[in-house]
Design a binder for this molecule. Structure first.
Ligand code: C5P
Length: 227
């Protein structure tokens, strides 16, 4: 079902606002993303609060630290009961293995390859001389060899990742804009339909829904576009 593929990013400052959105959208979708902004402000309590509504949670913390610390954080997220968690694949195979080894059977561990805000220039600054695409593929391969369940990708990378790795990984994309929405700061976006057709398993959408005057109406329009 397409509704299961849509994940709304709860990029708000308070638990109250997050739960307001969950309540408004919960009839249509069941998966929500909690990222650094909300988690730093409200901590694990907001995760428990969203989970207690019966919704699923993608905890987008993009962990990157020494292997032992990442493994302990993955354990903590498993204990919280979230369904999806992110780590940075640039932490290397030992860190990724520590993370996958600590992941519960109920949780999917997704790896971030190259942040969509990074350009070739950004890679040069940190000493990487390869292209963004090659770096994405290199890190995805490293992740898969170390037991990662999926990757977070930009919509533009879906086809290349599917061609390289087939159905071996789940692909979650962000940077999605429905045809009727303002692109805002997004430059390389795709519509939800394009992303699904390209092979995305999960689509994370934020502001086109959360900044809309009537979020439920925005979500309904997106689901209609997909059906
Ligand atoms: O832009 P929008 O509000 O839809 O973003 C939703 C989520 O996707 C945000 O949490 C943002 O961090 C993430 N994002 C991303 N890569 C992009 C655009 C957004 O990871 N290119």
């Amino acid at each position: 079902m397409t509704n299961d593929k849509i994940i709304v990013a709860l990029d708000v400052a308070t638990t109250e606002k997050a739960l307001g959105l969950v309540e408004e959208l919960r009839g249509e979708i069941s998966f929500f993303k909690i990222g650094l902004q909300l988690y730093t402000a409200e901590g694990p309590e907001v995760v428990r609060a969203v989970l207690s509504t019966g919704a699923r949670v993608w905890l987008d913390l993009k962990l990157h630290d020494i292997p032992n610390t990442v493994a302990r954080a993955v354990e903590s997220a498993s204990t919280l009961g979230v369904q999806m968690l992110t780590i940075h694949l640039s932490g290397g195979s030992e860190m990724i293995r520590a993370a996958t080894g600590a992941c519960s059977a109920e949780m999917l561990l997704l790896g971030v390859t190259v942040l969509t805000s990074s350009s070739e220039q950004t890679l040069r600054e940190v000493g990487i001389t390869d292209t963004v695409e090659n770096q994405v593929l290199r890190l995805a391969r490293l992740g898969i060899e170390a037991g990662i369940h999926g990757v977070v990708a930009s919509p533009r990378e879906i086809k290349t990742l599917r061609r390289e790795f087939g159905g071996k990984i789940k692909i979650a994309v962000q940077g999605i804009r429905p045809s009727w929405a303002e692109p805002g700061d997004q430059k390389r976006f795709m519509t939800p339909r394009e992303a699904i057709e390209a092979g995305a398993d999960y689509i994370g959408i934020g502001r086109p829904i959360t900044a809309h005057l009537r979020p439920a109406e925005a979500l309904a329009k997106i689901l209609e576009e997909l059906s």
